[in-house]
Ligand binder design. Structure first.
Ligand code: GLA
Ligand code: ZN
Length: 684
């Protein structure tokens, strides 16, 4: 449980009462009650109010807000306010200001704007966090700490350049090692003095965010920036823990956000929290995958849905309203995938600046007679009914999909073989193939304990981290099924090619050699022609993007290319290795092929869906120590019938008994608490 002071699914969100007149808060508190809201995230961007000048701190207004919330029954998620520095600080200490990708020194403005290596920022952010912890350590309202806000963005200033050199010294010890790791004899880049190394940006090695002449330095700069921001977080974390060791601490992450290595960050968070802002047309399975990735950061623990909009965003090009029922459906989607909180940005709309048209539980009209409020209140009441039943429930699955931030950086920084290769898209294709068959997967890091899995899928594992290949060999040897794809096993952690033939270190376990890699234009395709029908797979399927030209070296050929000069060469292979199997998919296939392939592999391992798939219906299972819950979510715009087979149980929201078959209304949700006799019928 995140904090047993509030043993239910927390319901609330970001709240900024300092932005409006004091009397309005009375109305807000009244409406929080009506909506079943029990937690408010406050003080996210109030540093300038708390510290009006270098030596003056003023917490009185915050004391008042916390007190008023608590006495009216609302707990607090207390932020440290360091997501935007005060204007006086920027003027007095310009070292807090970032230098951007183009090399321009920023002036005061916007947010998420502090240089992570600024001594001033580090000193004062740590200090404000400590002062807050000292002041509120015994306040019963506080449930959790929320450090800063959505860490992100990079800086390229001189103090970051210095920090980078120190970071490199720690990683490589000698300049000779750096030259080797980055292959600097290419284009005569050899460094003779640490001071010659400058950050890679538009003034040096990079042209756009994903285009570099030197992958080695660009990769290391990403690692360094992710670490620099993490250092800032850790300073605040440690300052807080000195005073409130028992209170959990988090910072709100951003799902698939590229620039921070969240698996590395996760080790320093007590609980994962994240902000979920899908667009109108984001595929359901992509949101599901992102929830699963966030859950995977600390597998086995619940995560927090820290922010979502009750109705619309302001920052997308077209900020569609969430249609009736969608807010509730997407909230339950988070819960179905492991969230123990449902929280919004924001509880009341601002009156000015860029978020005044961002949706809120309480709209500008200021009363509860709105569609959005009614929907929020309905959900609030349901979450009260659910009580503590779903807390700490796990998603049990034997399928792991590897997601690796460093690999993503490397894949997308690569010059060639194609600009069209997007790491997340390829991971999502495999995730989606399972999702469409109601089979759950965990998103895992390359450091996960593979023995927890029967099947491990590693799409486009271009970069092989130290030790990974050996671990995978062990996993397969012990009976596991491993699957990887084209453009895998090519380089080491510095983006230096592993010589001796692709897929490098993975070659042995896969039993193949990839001799060449063909890049296809968007309108070109090739075919995957099966050598013989196999389970759900027969005939031929389309593929594209990249085609590895591979030779089987011990692997069995299950399908060959259908055209081009490499017609007849293998495109799908399986290698028996010890007691297990290692699969190679040499191109990017159409969805039906992947569904067939993964369906077959799951079947071989006895991994089955809890109920048969129905279009537009999302199904997951969450299991507690005593119970198992089946979530059935109808993403369709029409009522949809679902066969439950021999599953019986109770509708957790209505308390009604359920068996055989249900019909869910458009956007409807069923949480089925399964009867004991059917508890074990679910494998995935
Ligand atoms: C992010 C931030 C919030 C707010 C929302 C708006 O998630 O953390 O402060 O700006 O976006 O969607
Ligand atoms: Zn900087």
């Amino acid at each position: 449980m995140i904090n047993d002071k509030l043993p239910k699914i927390w319901y609330g969100g970001d709240y900024n009462p300092e932005q409006w007149d004091k009397e309005i808060m009375n109305e807000d508190l009244r409406m929080f009650k009506l909506a079943g809201i029990d937690v408010a995230t406050i003080n996210v961007f109030s540093w300038a109010l708390l510290q009006p000048s270098e030596d003056i701190y003023d917490f009185t207004w915050l004391d008042d807000i916390i007190e008023r919330l608590y006495t009216s029954g609302t707990y607090v998620c207390l932020a440290t306010s360091t997501g935007a520095h005060p204007a006086w600080m920027a003027r007095k200490y310009p070292d807090v200001l970032r230098v951007d990708f183009e090399g321009r020194k920023r002036k005061f403005g916007a947010r998420h704007n502090s240089c992570p290596n600024s001594p001033t920022y580090r000193k004062y952010s740590e200090r404000i966090a400590e002062k807050l912890a000292e002041r509120y350590k015994d306040h019963p309202a506080i449930l959790i700490w929320h450090i800063s806000n959505e860490y992100g963005g990079y800086c390229y200033c001189d103090q970051c350049a210095d920090g980078f050199r120190t970071w490199l010294q720690a990683r490589y010890a000698t300049l000779g090692q750096v030259n080797k790791a980055w292959n600097t004899n290419f284009w005569g880049h050899t460094f003779y003095d640490w001071e010659e190394i400058v950050p890679p940006n538009a003034l040096s090695e990079e042209r756009t965010g994903d285009n570099t002449f030197f992958q080695g330095i660009s990769l290391d700069y990403r690692r360094f920036m992710s670490d620099s921001l993490l250092e800032c977080y850790k300073l605040e974390y440690n300052a807080i823990k000195k005073h409130t060791p028992e209170l959990p601490v988090t910072t709100n992450l951003m799902g698939l956000y590229k620039e921070l290595d969240y698996f590395k960050w996760a080790k320093h968070l007590d609980v994962i929290s994240w902000d979920n802002y899908p667009s109108f047309n984001t595929p359901t399975s992509l949101t599901a995958m992102t929830h699963d990735l966030m859950r995977g950061l600390k597998e086995g623990q619940p995560f927090m849905l820290m922010e979502q909009t009750p109705s619309q965003q302001n920052w997308q090009p077209y900020n569609s309203l969430k249609r009736p029922g969608v807010m509730k459906l997407w909230s339950y989607q988070a819960v179905a995938r492991g969230a123990d909180t449902v929280m919004f940005f924001q509880l009341r709309r601002s009156v000015g600046a860029c978020e005044k048209y961002h949706g809120a539980v309480i709209e500008h009209v200021g009363h509860e007679h709105t569609r959005v409020f009614r929907e929020c209140a309905e959900l609030g009441a349901e979450l009260q009914t659910l009580s503590d039943k779903l807390l700490d429930a796990r998603a049990n699955t034997r399928v792991g999909i590897i997601y690796d931030w460093e690999n993503r950086w490397a894949v997308e920084l690569s010059s060639g073989p194609t600009v069209a290769l997007q790491y997340v898209d390829e991971v999502h294709k495999y995730y989606d193939a399972l999702f469409q068959q109601n089979i759950q997967a965990n998103l895992i890091s390359t450091e996960a304990d593979f023995s927890n899995y029967d099947i491990i899928i590693a799409p486009v594992l271009y970069m092989v981290q130290k030790g990974f290949a050996k671990q995978i060999e062990q996993f397969v040897h012990d009976g596991g099924t491993f699957l990887t794809t084209f453009f895998s096993g090519i380089v080491n952690e510095n983006d230096i090619v592993t010589l001796g033939g692709y897929p490098g270190e993975l070659r042995k376990v896969l039993g193949i050699w990839a001799e060449e890699i063909d890049a296809l234009y968007p309108d070109q395709s090739n075919q995957i022609v099966l050598t013989e029908s196999w389970g759900a797979l027969h005939g031929q399927y389309q593929c594209g993007l990249l085609c590895d030209l591979i030779h089987a070296e011990g692997a069995e050929v299950k399908a060959v290319y259908g055209s081009e000069f490499y017609q007849g060469m293998p495109v799908l292979t399986v290698n028996k290795f010890g007691a297990g199997q290692a699969w190679y998919v040499a191109s990017s296939p159409e969805p039906s092929f992947l569904q067939g392939l993964l369906g077959n592999l799951c079947k071989e391992k006895g991994i089955t869906a809890p109920i048969p798939p129905v279009a537009g219906i999302e199904v997951t299972t969450r299991t507690t120590a005593n119970n198992s819950y089946l979530f059935v979510l109808n993403h369709n715009d029409q009522p949809t019938s679902i066969e439950l087979g021999d599953l019986t149980g109770t509708d957790l929201i209505t308390g009604e008994p359920i068996k055989n078959k249900i019909t869910l209304p458009p956007k409807g949700v069923l949480i089925l608490e399964k009867n004991e006799s059917t508890q074990n019928s679910i494998k995935s």
